[in-house]
Design a binder for this molecule. Structure first.
Ligand SMILES: Cc1ncc(COP(=O)(O)O)c(C=O)c1O
Length: 374
């Protein structure tokens, strides 16, 4: 079976180093807020050329904490794409907001031409979701947000290392929120997330919210000052995950290069088929977190591929407004047609740095055979 995703090969290759890092970390006696976290935060901020940043418990928490800085009131709306991952939406609702969905374009990203129509006095932020590894058209989003005086929070869970006009994902909006869920570009061996920002006051605020509302920027030793300045949550990245992420961060560029090579190979081998393949927008450096293709008979193709021992996945099979949890919340459903159409026919091929050329060839050969049969 060619798995849709697997960490087996990576772990086999790096086992010694990963386990020795974990052993060193535990032996040091710190489980939270130690050297590993400090180093990881410094390295991540430096690598992606932001001024400030904090690691948190997950990508969902990163979005939640960023949204909490807005102190949302009932009825306040946050604009985002109708085809996003569930956590973008749950973070909005858990921060006290109401999602306002915008349809997507041919590239699966929020259609920037349709954002303006959804903005009202209730709008407090836009969350562009850089889905599948490619960034949204940020110039238009930032221009609109400035004009309307609303915040931009980038959902970078799928776009670590991607660029728009030479700027890294997560450094253009007020906040950039990342996920280290194991399948992501930089995957932990558990949960993790990160928030980047260039605003010092907001940095202090997200740092407080991460840890029960306690001030930890100037007062580095929080044990001396167990005192909440505001209501926060608990969203810590532990030292073990930070040690693994520190180790893998050094290799992340090579992970991305490998992903790009695999994507290039897929495109070369599948361009003669009737499949709708991913495209790269002008000004964008796509990091191929996922290789998403569209075919009206996606379900049939997926089933046949699975029978031939190739796993695929639909990411995501339902647009947000089609799910029971959110149906009643979304008011502008009739304007989300492209998100509905794409959700019915998308599926993703396996794509991770350890996938070898034999496997890529086998996937393409089998897929072409299946296409002839359906
Ligand atoms: C677009 C998007 N946003 C947010 C998240 C949430 O990240 P996490 O799973 O780390 O909470 C994910 C990951 O599933 C995602 O793909």
């Amino acid at each position: 079976m060619i798995k849709f995703w697997s960490y087996d090969k990576e772990y086999k290759k790096e086992k010694k180093k990963i386990l020795s890092n974990i052993e060193k970390t535990i032996s040091k006696g710190n489980i939270f807020f130690g050297d590993q976290l400090d180093n990881f935060e410094k390295n991540f901020i430096k690598k992606y050329k932001a001024k400030y940043g904090i690691a948190v418990g997950s990508g969902t928490d990163a979005l939640l904490i960023a949204l909490k800085t807005l102190n949302l009131k009932p009825g306040d709306e946050i604009i985002t794409a109708a085809n996003t991952a569930i956590p973008t939406i749950s973070a909005i609702i858990n921060a006290g907001g109401t999602p306002r969905l915008v349809d997507i374009g041919q590239d699966y990203l929020i259609n920037v031409k349709k954002i303006k129509k959804e903005i009202s006095k209730k709008t407090k932020a836009i969350i562009p979701v850089h889905l599948y590894g490619q960034m949204c058209e940020m110039d238009s989003i930032i221009k609109l947000a400035k004009k309307e005086n609303i915040m931009v929070i980038e959902d970078c869970a799928q776009s670590q290392g991607a660029k728009y006009k030479n700027k890294y994902s997560g450094t253009i909006g007020t906040f950039g929120c990342f996920s280290f869920y194991p399948t992501k570009i930089l995957g932990a061996y558990g949960d993790g997330g990160f928030i980047l920002t260039n605003d010092y006051e907001l940095y202090k605020k997200i740092k407080r919210i991460r840890f029960y509302g306690i001030e930890t920027v100037e007062k580095t030793n929080f044990k001396d000052k167990y005192y909440a300045n505001e209501n926060g949550i608990n969203s810590r990245l532990d030292e073990i995950q930070a040690s693994i992420l520190n180790f893998k961060l050094k290799k992340v560029n090579s992970f991305i290069n490998k992903r790009k090579l695999i994507a290039k190979e897929y495109i070369k081998k599948l361009s003669s088929t009737e499949l709708e393949l991913p495209t790269e927008n002008l000004n964008c450096n796509h990091v191929y977190h996922l290789f998403t293709i569209y075919h009206a008979k996606a379900e049939k193709i997926k089933k046949k591929l699975l029978n031939l021992k190739i796993q695929t996945r639909s990411i995501y099979p339902y647009p947000i407004h089609k799910m029971k949890a959110y149906r009643s919340l979304i008011k502008n459903k009739q304007r989300l047609k492209n998100s509905e159409k794409k959700a019915k026919g998308i599926f993703c091929l396996p794509l991770y740095p350890e996938l070898n050329s034999f496997e890529v060839n086998k996937i393409c050969f089998t897929l072409k055979k299946v296409l002839k049969e359906i």
